[in-house]
Design a protein. Structure first.
Ligand code: ZN
Length: 646
């Protein structure tokens, strides 16, 4: 970390304290910022309004296991991309020379979303990979892209930075919104600004903050003369998390104009019903709207206005309980298309867009930090293991839709000819497994997720090594690394799915007490170096119905959705690896298969555990069964019919 960076961060924090309006800024957060070059904005802001703060990813390292393996696959994919090709359309737009071969798909030089991945998600992903795994090669590539984006912005002359010309924004203001002539100009703008902010926050790249502020200045100038009515019309076009990234810039700099501009991206027509606890989501495009709520969450954290907190909590609870599938994700053909609590008849190929899960999990981290309520981390775990893990193939390619009708299969983006939105959010997701495992307050530590990893809370001289093969292993072991005895409480999540027999042992001695499933087990004592905590979290088979349709049930083992293996899916080719399109064409997909049938009552009765430690199962009717996250190329079914049809 450079001295310049260190100084800058102190200035930033001084600004933060000033804008906090007397609210206490968490002291440990301040210390960690001074000591490390990488922290996300939420890591030093969320503690102001809430109870808990995530540890910076630089203080958490993954140990060998599936998460580390998947993170490394993602890093290899990111490393296969070259900066000259990523920068091509930015340079051309700025009138600079580029001889590189442009990438394809949504980054093609005639695609009106170009730049969203190349100058946006890519920067976020490499910044996260640096913070989470110390990947310096990717950080340097990120630095190159930032420097060249700065050159492009300078050539544009007015703060504007994009891989397409400003006419997109002129058309937006004029009400020209036909796709693909205009796609989503501010959506792309958000991705680029977020990528720059991530490079600043996670790697300390000062230039990235300067470029992001230049863009914010351009946005402010563009919007300042546009009236409310016209602006609200423009906001019907997807704009990602513009309110979030502007709020983050305010948090980082203390400059009021960024908060004012963030407010310009608020839509009363969307937020007011949520504030009134009314679900008017039917008909809305899911991934357009979740980022707006993340922006509201940040507004609460930065301003203390509880209306924003209520909006975020209500929205998340409503979507998770009334509009989500067993895998923990939502949307049908990218939208909410049904009445509250009714997903009957919605199983198809185009379910559960992966970006939506990414954004719901991001929102869930914020909401959890305000209360420490275990149910948010239960939901996060369900999403992590059922609709994120498994959506990357061994080449690092990502999934877009998550088919939930029987007989379909996973389809992935091509390496250089897709660059979907979900390619981008997937590249970020698989670079940040260690951002949610542990949270803390001023003294205590929360163990939220069971992922092999090591925590080094430098400021408190507190180390914790988590050894687990979860979910193959049913529990976890925590070993403390201390230089001197310390009194504090360690809170370990006991998931809602925990079966009879849950137990905790400290240094081999079982405690008489345990926690209710769906809460945190709080262990308070004077801890010593080498202390060992073993937590048993037994899993059992269970099931739950599709919302609104008790005749369709999903089977679980602990947190894991169990899928029926319906035989080989297509080999690599158009049905398996997509290009510009986000999956096979309808005519090539064919109709879904009939859902496998279980006995009346409970699909879980159909399944037998062959080996818990190997996560091997079989159906009593001879179908192969496996955790959904282990389904790779096979055709599968997540939902089982419960009526006897024979
Ligand atoms: Zn997407």
């Amino acid at each position: 970390m450079s001295a310049l960076f260190s100084t800058s961060r102190r200035r930033v924090l001084a600004g933060m304290t000033a804008v906090a309006g007397g609210l206490a800024v968490e002291r440990s957060g301040l210390c960690s910022l001074a000591a490390t070059a990488a922290s996300r904005p939420d890591e030093f802001v969320s503690g102001k309004q809430g109870k808990l703060t995530p540890f910076p990813m630089t203080q958490v390292r993954l140990l060998d296991g599936i998460c580390k393996q998947q993170a490394e696959i993602n890093q290899r994919y990111l490393d296969s991309l070259t900066t000259d090709r990523l920068l091509h359309s930015f340079r051309v737009t700025a009138g600079l020379t580029s001889t590189a071969t442009p990438y394809g798909g949504w980054e093609k030089p005639d695609c009106t979303l170009r730049g969203h991945f190349n100058g946006g998600h890519y920067l976020s992903a490499v910044a996260l990979a640096y913070a989470s795994a110390g990947n310096d090669t990717l950080r340097k590539s990120g630095d190159t892209v930032v420097a060249e984006l700065a050159r492009c912005q300078k050539a544009n002359g007015n703060g504007y930075l994009s891989a397409y010309p400003q006419e997109q924004f002129a058309w937006l203001a004029a009400g020209v919104t036909e796709w693909p002539k205009v796609w989503a100009p501010f959506y792309t703008c958000h991705k680029i600004m977020a990528g720059l902010v991530d490079m600043y926050v996670h790697t300390g790249n000062e230039q990235a903050l300067v470029v992001a502020e230049g863009m914010a200045g351009w946005v402010h100038g563009y919007l300042k003369d546009i009236g409310d009515e016209q602006r609200q019309r423009m906001l019907r076009i997807e704009y990602g998390g513009m309110n979030e990234v502007l709020a983050n810039l305010y948090g980082l700099t203390g400059k009021q104009e960024y908060l004012d501009t963030a407010h310009l991206f608020e839509q009363p027509s969307f937020l007011d019903p949520l504030a009134g606890h009314r679900d008017e989501l039917r008909g809305l495009h899911a991934n357009t709207h979740v980022p707006k709520v993340i922006g509201a969450a940040r507004m609460y954290e930065l301003t203390g206005e509880t209306r924003y907190r209520d909006i975020a909590q209500y929205f998340l609870e409503e979507v998770l309980t009334e509009r989500s599938y067993a895998i923990g994700n939502t949307s049908v053909g990218e939208s909410w298309r049904s009445d509250v609590g009714n997903l009957k008849g919605s199983l198809q190929y185009h379910d559960a867009e992966c970006c939506v899960a990414y954004n719901l999990m991001k929102l869930g981290r914020h909401v959890f930090s305000w209360s420490g309520d275990a149910r948010w981390m239960d939901a996060y775990e369900r999403q992590l293991w059922n609709c994120r893990m498994g959506t990357q193939n061994p080449q690092g390619l990502k999934q877009y839709f998550f088919p939930l009708a029987a007989g379909y299969w996973r389809c992935f983006n091509s390496a250089e000819g897709s660059f979907w939105c979900c390619t981008g959010t997937g590249a970020e997701e698989f670079a940040k497994f260690n951002d949610t495992i542990y949270f803390h307050d001023s003294n205590d530590v929360w163990v939220n997720q069971f992922i092999a990893s090591e925590l080094d809370w430098k400021e408190q001289k507190f180390g914790l090594r988590q050894e687990t093969s979860f979910p193959a292993g049913q529990g976890t072991t925590l070993r403390l690394k201390l230089t001197a005895p310390q009194k504090r409480t360690i809170h370990v999540r006991v998931p809602g799915w925990t079966a009879e027999g849950g137990a905790v042992r400290i240094n081999g001695r079982e405690l008489e007490a345990f926690a209710q499933p769906g809460s945190y087990l709080s262990l308070t004592r004077e801890w010593r170096d080498g202390d060992r905590i073993d937590v048993d979290l037994p899993m059992r088979l269970h099931s739950e119905p599709l919302l609104g349709d008790p005749s369709m049930r999903a089977a679980f083992y602990g947190p894991l959705v169990l899928a029926a293996d319906l035989g080989p899916g297509p080999k690599d080719g158009p049905l398996k690896i997509g290009g510009y399109d986000t999956g096979p064409k309808d005519a090539d997909l064919g109709p879904p298969a009939e859902a496998p049938v279980g006995p009346a009552g409970d699909a879980a009765e159909l399944i037998e555990v062959v080996s818990a430690k190997d996560l091997e199962f079989k159906s009593r009717r001879s179908l192969a069964v496996k955790p959904m996250y282990r389904v790779t190329d096979e055709k599968y079914a997540v939902y089982w019919g419960t009526e006897k049809k024979v």
